[in-house]
Write a protein that binds this ligand. Structure first.
Ligand code: ATP
Length: 198
């Protein structure tokens, strides 16, 4: 999976709609301190489903919305769109996908995949299956190297699992186990009803 384009509007310091094309090869972002370089990486993580406001350097998730300056009023929403190229998998699921996340003050986040409303979970699964996502070790923010060195064995295992692309399988396993438990409860209930009727 390769990120080809990033579009932001009202996200942190990117108040005006901005678009960045990520061409093949190495891309560097340079600029003075505080110009918004880290905000761009955070925008990618956010669109991939980041749910921790703290890891977005905010107190609450609405802190990603442009907060205003002395000369510009605050915005009511923030929107980030990433266009990704899926590697051919042979299952017909390749091609371009645009993931859009939008947050409105007082209304929370909403996601769209190629224009269709989806749940946060669908976005998380899409990236987990592609061995990437908001917590991918491929996204290295400031201070992250020190965190990897100090990580506990279980945390390191999580990183390896994400890199190996099996994080999505864990989510599916949890879902399947929940369905299994619900079915077992239904079967037990059915047995009780049948016993009552006999
Ligand atoms: P450095 O090189 O120091 O790491 P940087 O280029 O990575 O800096 P960022 O940390 O991405 O810069 O951007 C910080 C800037 O973003 C600050 O000026 C901060 O005021 C601004 N900013 C963050 N959140 C918001 C927000 N919600 N509304 C407006 N501006 C914001």
């Amino acid at each position: 999976m390769r990120i080809r384009r990033l579009k932001l509007s009202g996200f942190k310091s990117f108040v005006e709609p901005s678009e960045l094309r990520i061409e093949p090869g190495l891309t560097g972002i340079v600029g003075p301190n505080g110009c918004g370089k880290s905000n761009l990486l955070e925008a990618i993580r956010w669109a991939m489903g980041e749910s921790s406001a703290k890891s977005m350097r905010g107190g609450g998730m609405e802190d990603v919305i442009f907060a205003g300056t002395t000369s510009r009023p605050a915005r009511d929403f923030a929107e980030v769109a990433i266009l990704v190229d899926r590697a051919p998998t042979g299952d017909g699921q390749d091609g371009e996908i645009e993931i859009v996340r939008r947050i409105e003050r007082g209304a929370g986040s909403a996601y769209r995949l190629n224009g269709r409303d989806v749940r946060a979970k669908d976005v998380a699964l899409l990236f987990a299956d592609a061995a990437t996502g908001a917590h991918s070790p491929a996204l290295v923010s400031q201070g992250r190297i020190a965190a990897v060195i100090a990580a506990k064995p279980t945390e390191r295992r999580q990183m390896l699992e994400e890199a190996a692309g099996i994080a999505g399988l864990h989510v599916r396993r949890k879902d399947a186990e929940q369905k299994l438990r619900a079915t077992e409860t239904n079967l037990n209930r059915l047995d009780e009803l049948l016993a009552d009727m006999e």
